[in-house]
Design a protein around this ligand. Structure first.
Ligand SMILES: Cc1cc2nc3c(=O)[nH]c(=O)nc-3n(C[C@H](O)[C@H](O)[C@H](O)COP(=O)(O)OP(=O)(O)OC[C@H]3O[C@@H](n4cnc5c(N)ncnc54)[C@H](O)[C@@H]3O)c2cc1C
Length: 347
């Protein structure tokens, strides 16, 4: 959590306990069944926080952590129930703010090496790249899936893409009314992910971890993301939601200068001079369209959540954005994949 004065810190901890209790009570699996689900899903997290406390700084601090740090939308754009689900998906809310819990492990070789290794094991005849699915013709017996260059017939189909992308595919017959509606009520947040590489991890030489949180900073989070066995030092940082809107209005050079300046507030002036600077802009990727994940608008979670896992004919849905535990994380994606695979095997 972002550093704060003692009284603000005490209030943050009190609100954190309220969130922890709600997360324990409501859980991640079927948050929509809880008696308070509708009440919590029809108030924005921003306004719910202000109902809990009149300490504006404490509200901002927690709001920004869940909004900018996790759901990557402003706190007025998602419900309190969505925030409780985010917390419950990691255990208590405190786990989300514990950098020794949620961000304690990294993959040697980077996360993409997992996908690459799995793709190699499966082989080129199974994993087809650059073939976005455009049409699915289905009935209760199976489906034919078409991309520009491929046509595959199968008994079962798993749509392992975020819900905001379901409607990029045309279905024949069309999806039922419920899915047409439900899928329009989710959207992705907005993140600029920044990597800055330095000749050495200079912050370590100064006794600093490289991890920083700042509620009022343009870059709300900074981490040491140095590659395993690399002599160079790499920092990763994120600019989210409305702050990202503002950055995208600037020229490339001005944006870089503003972002590095913010990182330098955590780690000093050496941060201003990286040898490599790279921004990942997921929102401009046609088959992604934002980050970190898709989630419901105000009121959508309790209204549509109960149906989000229902198969449609031979089609099942699996992605981290509709996971319970590990919601919006790789952990949730793996759990969802295992869950639908089991359902198909047990059928
Ligand atoms: C910047 C950023 C940082 C993150 N940091 C972390 C982290 O530190 N830890 C963590 O656990 N998680 C993190 N996540 C979240 C994590 O990446 C996701 O939860 C996870 O990748 C979701 O996996 P998935 O398989 O559900 O979907 P995705 O990884 O989104 O995979 C869906 C795939 O389907 C493809 N696709 C889309 N439409 C079609 C189509 N019509 N036909 C064919 N293919 C299609 C997409 O191109 C994509 O490759 C981060 C995400 C982002 C964006």
């Amino acid at each position: 959590m972002c550093p704060a004065a003692e009284d603000v810190q005490a209030e943050i901890e009190r609100i954190q306990t309220v969130l922890d209790d709600l997360a324990a009570e409501i859980g991640a699996t079927e948050s929509w069944t809880h008696p308070k689900a509708r009440e919590l899903d029809t108030i924005s997290f921003h306004h719910w926080l202000r109902e809990q406390s009149d300490n504006e700084e404490a509200c901002r601090n927690i709001g920004i952590f869940i909004a900018g740090g996790m759901l990557t939308k402003p706190a007025h754009a998602f419900s309190a129930l969505q925030a409780v689900l985010m917390a419950a998906s990691a255990g208590p809310f405190s786990n989300l703010v514990d950098d020794t819990f949620i961000l304690d492990r990294r993959v040697v070789g980077g996360m993409q090496s997992v996908s690459r290794t799995m793709a190699r094991e499966l082989g080129d005849d199974v994993v087809k790249l650059n073939e976005p699915v455009r049409f699915i013709t289905w009935n209760d017996e199976g489906a034919t899936v078409k991309s520009d260059g491929l046509e595959v017939t199968a008994k079962d189909v798993i749509l392992a893409v975020p819900p905001n992308l379901y409607s990029r595919i045309s279905y024949e017959p069309p999806m039922p009314r419920l899915q047409h509606q439900m899928h329009q009520h989710t959207s992705l947040g907005l993140v600029i992910k920044v990597h800055a590489v330095y000749e050495t991890p200079f912050w370590r030489e100064e006794g600093l971890s490289g991890t920083g949180f700042g509620a009022e900073e343009l870059c709300q989070e900074v981490y040491d993301n140095t590659n395993h066995n690399d002599e160079r030092g790499t920092l990763v940082s994120f600019v989210t939601d409305e702050k990202a809107d503002e950055m995208f209005r600037l020229s490339t050079e001005d944006r870089k200068a503003r972002i590095l300046e913010s990182i330098s507030h955590y780690l000093g002036e050496k941060a201003l001079e990286p040898v490599v600077y790279y921004e990942s802009d997921f929102a401009s990727e046609e088959w992604t369209r934002g980050a970190y994940a898709a989630r419901y608008d105000l009121g959508g979670l309790h209204r549509y959540g109960p149906y989000q896992h229902d198969p449609v004919g031979p089609m099942r849905f699996a992605c981290s954005d509709i996971a319970a535990e590990g919601y919006q994380h790789v952990d949730g994606a793996v759990r969802m994949g295992a869950r639908v695979a089991e359902q198909i095997l047990e059928r």
